[in-house]
Design a protein around this ligand. Sequence first.
Ligand code: XMP
Length: 238
Amino acid sequence: MPALKREPGIIVAFDMEEIPLAIDLAESLEFAKGNFAIKIGRPFELQLGLHAIERIRMATSHPIIYDGKIADIPHISEKIAKIAYRAGADAVIVHAFVGRDVMEAIVDLRMGDVIAIVDMSHPGSSNYMEELSARIARDLGDIGIDGVVLPATKPERIERLKELLPDDVYVISPGIGAQGMMVGDAIVAGADYEIVGRAIVEADDPARAASRIYDEMIERWRRSSSLGTQQDRSSSPL
Ligand code: XMP
């Protein structure tokens, strides 16, 4: 069973450099109603090394994703993933473009979810990655990964690439809020989780912002499901 449930949720991106802010937010998210996960990025990890994951593990029962964007040779990638899982991560994010052997080495550890980056959300991703993403999506079937990253900033690519992916793989999607997309844009296009960083972490009350964004996303998802369409784009901006 994958650590991340296959139901709409919000992944809160922990890229802050302030340790107390991270711990406070992880603790308050325990009381938030909804399906949440915490993604630990390099800026926060670098504050404390592997203890960043250990410290957040102590503060939360939500799944923890280590977003090391692993992209090294199999031996090193496997080592990085092992350290993250041992520290308390339930999932790790690996770049798919580095090759099947890298993803397989991490899957073979069987220590937690493996999430592969298929396409990215920033403008420069169209320079090289877009050409590769369909090929990568088609090729993931027999590797045994649990989830993929697809960009909320390109909802039409979420729809298209999802058709090429194995059915049992979940989709997590960054680009909501600070990168310009509206709450619900990725879910309506077919993602399972929306990743939100700055719009939550930089809010006056981050835990309350997380709950509000979750509720808004679910409302938009329900509306689009009941309309039976994936074209409902009538959400309000953050
Ligand atoms: P913001 O503050 O923009 O944070 O809401 C976004 C978070 O998502 C990560 N990110 C990505 N991760 N592929 C990824 O694997 C992507 O295309 C991508 N775009 C953004 C970013 O590191 C931050 O934590």
